[in-house]
Design a protein. Structure first.
Length: 115
């Protein structure tokens, strides 16, 4: 089993920045793709960004140019740098970790963008 724990959420004003982190631990063999998803109240969970082990990235159109995903394989950690935040970015952000036996999700961290 692999566990994922997010940190870094909080309250920020529009135009501000936050950096999310997610550390994977447990029975680690090889971690493949890592990613961030989000779920706003009353909406389905949606992809924000993913990054492969080889650092290929994929972003939702709504965050391109504002968010940057990165990872540190030595630390089994994935990051999400969020700049120019908008009220519509408000959601619970979840980390995903793909490994040989499947996918694990973190518990989520709340990001609220409000003045």
């Amino acid at each position: 089993q692999v566990q994922a724990v997010e940190s870094g959420g909080g309250l920020v004003q529009p135009g501000g920045s936050l950096r999310l982190s997610c550390v994977a631990s447990g029975s680690l063999f090889i971690i493949y793709t890592m990613g961030w998803y989000r779920q706003a109240p009353g909406k389905q969970r949606e992809l924000v960004a993913t990054i492969t082990r080889g650092d290929s990235t994929n972003y939702a159109d709504s965050v391109k140019g504002r968010f940057t995903i990165s990872r540190d394989n030595a630390k089994n950690t994935v990051y999400l740098q969020m700049n120019s935040l908008k009220p519509e970015d408000t959601a619970v952000y979840y980390c995903s970790v793909d490994y040989v036996s499947g996918r694990s999700w973190g518990q989520g961290t709340q990001v609220t963008v409000s003045s």
